[in-house]
Design a protein around this ligand. Sequence first.
Ligand SMILES: *[C@@H]1O[C@H](CO)[C@@H](O)[C@H](O)[C@H]1NC(C)=O
Ligand SMILES: *[C@@H]1O[C@H](CO)[C@@H](O)[C@H](O)[C@H]1NC(C)=O
Ligand SMILES: *[C@@H]1O[C@H](CO)[C@@H](O)[C@H](O)[C@H]1NC(C)=O
Ligand SMILES: *[C@@H]1O[C@H](CO)[C@@H](O)[C@H](O)[C@H]1NC(C)=O
Ligand SMILES: *[C@@H]1O[C@H](CO)[C@@H](O)[C@H](O)[C@H]1NC(C)=O
Ligand SMILES: *[C@@H]1O[C@H](CO)[C@@H](O)[C@H](O)[C@H]1NC(C)=O
Length: 400
Amino acid sequence: MHARAARIILPISSQLYESEMKTIIAVAIAHLILLVAGSDVPGEHKRVTCYYMGVTIGTYSTLYPEDLDASICTHLVYLHGAINEETEEISLKSITPELKTGGEGFIPRLAKLKEVNPDLKLILHVADPDYNWISQKSSRKSQIIQSGIKWLNESGFDGLDMPMYWSPAEKEGVADLFCEIKSEFDKHGYILTAIFMENSFPEPPEANVDIVSKMARCCDHVALRATTTSYVTHRLAPLSLMKSNVNKYMERGLPANKTLIIVPAVGIIFTLEDPRDTGLGANVSGPGFNTSDDDSGPLIRYKELQRIMNDSSLGWTIRRDNETMEPYAFSTTGLWTSYEDGISMEFKARYVMERGLAGIAINLLETEDTGNTGEEGRFPLTRAIHNTFSRGLQSADTTP
Ligand SMILES: *[C@@H]1O[C@H](CO)[C@@H](O)[C@H](O)[C@H]1NC(C)=O
Ligand SMILES: *[C@@H]1O[C@H](CO)[C@@H](O)[C@H](O)[C@H]1NC(C)=O
Ligand SMILES: *[C@@H]1O[C@H](CO)[C@@H](O)[C@H](O)[C@H]1NC(C)=O
Ligand SMILES: *[C@@H]1O[C@H](CO)[C@@H](O)[C@H](O)[C@H]1NC(C)=O
Ligand SMILES: *[C@@H]1O[C@H](CO)[C@@H](O)[C@H](O)[C@H]1NC(C)=O
Ligand SMILES: *[C@@H]1O[C@H](CO)[C@@H](O)[C@H](O)[C@H]1NC(C)=O
């Protein structure tokens, strides 16, 4: 019933656990004040792209634009755009009819965040465009591009973000569409970013070099999604998978400094089949928690997870991968969870700096710790990335 929502709300959907694995999130880029222009030194300004849904799900309270901390994001991507096929224009669309918050009313409220953080880039994510439909008529393309420019001009947003799937036959056409949009956007200083949805890259590699290079040229940057699904205990987005995904795209012509990795701000929680079998790859009997998120499967919001892990009666043991610093934990009651924390986020941010990537996209602010429950304050995962990048910048600045 909520197939569309499920695809958009990547981290909070069990759809993720179905074979198709298409999902959404988004990305963005910056005309950031590059202190050292063209530099790939670790301290170069890195992007922290924050996906924001702006809708209420289940019994969770709404995260309003005023609740966001715009000081820790360089880009805020509002997951609320669509293409209206009747008017052939960019428009706002709630992710599902059931989710009524957000929408038009949030636009000026989001734009207001720039008063506090003038460098913040606001991006509208256009979900699920029907690329076949668009490419059937060239008048349609220019109508959509012009309506995008008009929308951006009126909203005070800085750009658009669109998904790129490897599945459509029209990949070449999609890349061309990005190039057409980009050349019009450049005239107005607008940003165009993409999210590459699949982490299993189509073979053979030679066949895709043209498309990847074209996309790289025609986007301000691209975010790479890398998640894994399984019915045994596992990590949702392990660093090892992110790294191999980055390598695959770079081999095909994606420049490091246009690449972001997407890190989900959710945990996975299972009930172990055998409470004594606690490692990675252990059999599970089902989700470990019933969330109030619609259709969330074994995914759990970071804040909710912290609350459960704070319950000492459950007897948690935490293990951490000594190479990636990624934690997982199991309880004496047979719960098993993997997640990100400040330490693993910092480690991923370091990887981004060492590899010369453009930054990290956090998916999603709503699933972060939005309250003030932990020691690190609100949005601790995003903050850990922001702080690591800032420290990198400072140390680069002080290097003679
Ligand atoms: C990104 O890297 C390319 C080389 O791969 C370089 O030519 C370009 O100047 C870099 N851009 C920035 C903003 O660092
Ligand atoms: C943007 O809006 C202003 C008025 O608010 C108008 O003068 C200008 O022509 C518009 N630019 C574009 C590209 O539509
Ligand atoms: C896990 O489940 C599979 C399939 O049900 C079974 O073949 C396997 O023996 C189980 N592994 C353990 C360690 O129980
Ligand atoms: C979740 O809900 C189902 C059905 O309401 C119940 O059978 C199951 O035990 C619950 N699981 C947990 C972990 O609470
Ligand atoms: C964990 O427990 C402590 C002490 O009871 C409390 O102060 C803190 O807010 C709790 N944290 C979470 C995430 O629930
Ligand atoms: C991590 O632990 C494994 C097994 O204990 C060990 O072989 C490996 O050398 C360790 N790696 C690092 C980087 O410490």
